[in-house]
Design a protein around this ligand. Structure first.
Ligand SMILES: [Zn+2]
Length: 391
């Protein structure tokens, strides 16, 4: 299939390192709150990507982390008078409840930062020893100057300098924290470098490569993770392994709410569980997949209601099509639809197009009596199996 690679800025044919296997990592949630519709979009699109490749016959290794060490978790824990670990455990449980309702397949491997601290500390110590990192103030920083090619995901990297160089602390504006001494109330770990906790970017490098090896096929995340998170991950990985790290960087766009990015930090997120009080998981899936993953999508009640109508139409079509489920034949008329449907998915996962094609076929099936719809069941089966929309 063709995928848009953030690294090249182009659509490219997906060619995996190991034929027949896709090794992929997706940045998981920071578990200090319930997941909102923006999270749902990321995990649903990745889920369709996985289901499509599995349908093509690939075996798909899906590794996903939980960021369970973070300031926001510590804050929530101290506000609730609980241990950070307890807060993280609770929201990991809630994450699974939400994703199960959205029919998102479980990852092959889930990792938790808290279980990787010794390995992260070991990698940090090695970077320090090999001169890729330096100690300054209360932290250890990655020295971006020491690896070539910083800015492989962001073309105008100079424009990304938003924070001023903390005089006497960081050597360069792009240097970032690998390790820090803990503040009061934070969880810290004893290591040969002293008591402290890991920075964000190195966590994902250590967790992804631990399961997938130093080079793997796909790294997925929301578009807001391109810089600094993924750019810094790439730099760390190059320093640690001297290899290119990831072949295809894939990023999905935001869910907007009244024109602004939906996130916990930028206003009122709409939690998945609140949407599911009024609409089914399949309606939310249909809504989120109605737009291409690289485009923005505006969240609204109207959008969900129209997705509900689309879903009704798909169900009507499926009901008729399933009467001759299992038929091997496919009429020429249906084959045109099948080519368009699968062709859309093959073209950088154009789920919006694929859905529109399936809906159009469903509509025809409910209206037209004289056409030959033999074999249409296969398209509706793919709506269920690949798009993950229960009909
Ligand atoms: Zn990450």
């Amino acid at each position: 299939m063709q995928v848009f690679n953030t690294k090249s800025g182009n659509k490219e044919e997906l060619i995996t390192i190991e034929p027949g296997t896709v090794k992929a990592y997706i940045c998981g949630p920071t578990v200090y709150d319930y997941c909102h519709v923006g999270h749902a979009r990321t995990y649903i699109n990745f889920d369709v990507f996985r289901r499509y490749l599995e349908a093509l016959g690939y075996s798909f290794v899906h590794v996903q982390n939980f960021t369970d060490i973070d300031d926001k978790i510590t804050q929530r824990a101290s506000a609730q008078g609980e241990l950070p670990r307890k807060v993280a455990d609770f929201f990991i449980g809630e994450y699974f409840k939400d994703m199960d309702k959205l029919n998102v397949k479980r990852a092959t491997v889930y990792t938790r930062v808290s279980e990787f601290v010794p390995k992260i500390a070991e990698a940090t110590a090695r970077l320090l020893e090999e001169g890729f990192a330096y100690r300054s103030g209360r932290a250890i920083y990655f020295d971006v100057q020491k690896v070539g090619g910083f800015g492989e995901l962001v073309s105008e990297i100079e424009d990304m300098v938003t924070d001023k160089i903390e005089t006497g602390i960081k050597k360069g504006p792009f240097d970032f924290t690998l390790w820090m001494e803990g503040k009061n109330g934070e969880e810290t770990w004893d290591t040969p470098m002293g008591r402290g906790r890991p920075g964000w970017h190195i966590q994902c490098v250590v967790m992804s490569t631990d399961s997938l090896g130093p080079e793997f096929d796909v790294h997925w995340g929301g578009i807001d993770l391109i810089y600094p998170h993924h750019e810094c991950e790439a730099a760390i990985s190059k320093a640690l392994f001297g290899k290119p790290f990831v072949r295809y960087w894939i990023h999905n766009n935001f869910v907007l709410m009244n024109g602004d990015k939906m996130s916990k930090s930028s206003g009122q997120p709409v939690y998945i569980r609140n949407v599911l009080k009024r609409f089914s998981g399949s309606v939310l899936r249909t809504f989120l997949l109605s737009r291409h993953y690289r485009e923005k999508i505006e969240y609204s009640d109207d959008g969900l209601e129209s997705a509900e109508k689309s879903l009704q139409m798909l169900k009507s079509g499926a009901k008729i099509a399933m009467r001759n489920r299992g038929t091997r034949q496919m009429s020429a008329y249906v084959k045109d639809y099948a080519d368009m449907f699968f062709g859309s998915l093959d073209d950088d996962l154009s789920t919006g197009e694929a859905l529109a094609i399936a809906e159009r076929l469903a509509w025809e099936m409910t209206k037209e009596r004289n056409k030959d719809f033999t074999g249409a069941w296969r398209i509706f089966e793919a709506v269920e199996g690949i798009l993950g929309i229960r009909l």
